[in-house]
Design a protein around this ligand. Structure first.
Ligand SMILES: Cc1cc2nc3c(=O)[nH]c(=O)nc-3n(C[C@H](O)[C@H](O)[C@H](O)COP(=O)(O)OP(=O)(O)OC[C@H]3O[C@@H](n4cnc5c(N)ncnc54)[C@H](O)[C@@H]3O)c2cc1C
Length: 391
């Protein structure tokens, strides 16, 4: 593996850096960097700017706005976006439902949904998980019964991220309860959030926000032309979607930015012997994290550089595992640097505004080791898919 970017890739990196740092307004990026509950308007504004420049749905087929980039270029694009604190394109639109519709949807669905999905004129949420179907997703129980030209949907979804802003939900529903294998009776349905019978209940989180929700379906009538692909083939489309979800899972750019912030914050705090950054124990902790982030970055580049056929590499499970752990370690460091000021929750002094977000952000990111496939499940994939161990 070459550790240095080729001339061409380095130029591409500079082009991305220039765009993200000069074309996306500073105040929007500052709000995103500041943490706290994401502002829907900022997410929309950023995605529209990116979409206009052809930078929002880079992984889609080119005829629908994608770029024919190598996985390394996609990695650079994402890392530079994170480093500049630009809200990334909404994953539900850009990396989840968009590619599914582009690949398996009807021509009419492509026309109806893809441009609006790319531009975030439709905000999608993901209706996969249910109270008894998370890691064991195929156990889902929400039913869709065909009646003429409609499906009648009943059931419940949970952990629906940002569902309070969503216009549509892409849901996995059971269309054949008698299928020989539970994976074979599932379909992929597009449902309007304001259809009669859909209701949403926020889940209050420990950080004070409510970015996740429960969604209930009570006799919701869904036009049959909102079924993606074939009935009972939804599991195949879900696997395709989850494969895409796993690409770009190591948020190297964000982790590096947080680590740089941690150093700046430590320098702000005076001690009897200078600043907190001069404390040998803290300095050693930062140095160790910097080494680990560098190792993660090299692994991410190796995985990105090595999977040119577009198929997710099982090594991406390592990135999910280490990426989420390091993300949590760096946020824990910032919480420790904030000390008692981190418990204030609302800002006491302007210059310590960051400290009032520290604990909430730390608590919020405990989620990173659960969503997108829990870390225990990633360890299973690593043990069988990479190490060849039999369970
Ligand atoms: C913040 C957040 C946002 C989310 N957003 C969405 C969303 O928008 N849409 C959506 O559909 N879902 C969403 N999810 C759901 C997420 O995908 C599930 O939480 C996740 O798949 C785990 O499922 P579970 O919570 O049911 O836990 P369970 O599957 O019940 O797992 C409980 C514990 O058992 C472990 N475990 C389970 N199976 C195994 C195994 N085979 N081997 C070893 N250990 C195992 C797990 O790792 C975990 O520690 C979100 C979750 C979170 C936390």
């Amino acid at each position: 593996m070459h550790r240095k970017l080729s001339e061409e890739d380095a130029a591409f990196q500079q082009e991305m850096r220039d765009f993200f740092t000069t074309k996306v307004p500073q105040d929007l990026r500052d709000r995103w960097a500041g943490g706290g509950e994401p502002a829907a308007d900022d997410i929309r504004a950023a995605q529209r700017l990116l979409n206009e420049a052809g930078l929002a749905v880079t992984g889609w087929p080119t005829e629908y706005g994608g770029r024919d980039w190598s996985t390394l270029q996609r990695h650079i694009w994402l890392t530079e976006m994170q480093a500049a604190s630009v809200p990334p394109p909404l994953a539900f639109n850009a990396s989840m439902v968009g590619p599914v519709i582009a690949t398996f949807g009807s021509e009419e669905q492509k026309k109806r949904f893809l441009p609006a999905t790319a531009n975030l004129d439709i905000w999608w949420c993901q209706g996969f998980s249910e109270p008894d179907a998370g890691s064991d997703l195929a156990s889902l129980r929400t039913t869709a019964v065909r009646e003429g030209d409609e499906y009648v949907v009943n059931g419940q979804k949970t952990w629906t991220t940002l569902g309070q802003h969503a216009d549509w939900i892409f849901a996995l529903v059971r269309t054949n309860p008698d299928a020989p294998k539970k994976q074979m009776g599932i379909s992929f349905l597009l449902i309007e959030m304001d259809a009669p019978g859909v209701s949403l209940r926020p889940i209050q989180l420990i950080d004070g926000g409510h970015e996740v929700n429960e969604v209930f379906f009570e006799n919701v009538r869904v036009p049959a032309d909102q079924l993606v692909g074939e009935e009972n083939k939804g599991w195949d489309y879900a696997k395709f979607l989850l494969g895409n979800e796993r690409v770009g899972v190591a948020p190297v750019g964000s982790i590096k930015r947080w680590l740089a912030n941690a150093k700046a914050h430590a320098q702000q705090i005076t001690t009897a012997h200078g600043t907190l950054l001069d404390d040998p124990l803290l300095a050693a902790r930062i140095a160790e994290l910097e080494c680990q982030v560098m190792a993660l970055e090299l692994t991410a580049l190796r995985v990105a550089g090595g999977s040119r056929d577009g198929k997710p590499d099982p090594a991406s499970s390592i990135l999910k595992l280490r990426g989420s752990q390091l993300q949590q370690d760096v946020l824990e460091l910032i919480t420790d640097i904030a000390g008692p000021s981190g418990l204030a929750w609302t800002s006491i002094q302007d210059e310590l505004a960051w400290a009032s977000h520290a604990t909430a952000t730390y608590l919020n990111f405990r989620k990173a080791s659960i969503y997108g496939g829990s870390n225990e499940v990633q360890r299973q994939i690593i043990s069988t898919g990479i190490l060849g161990l039999k369970g």
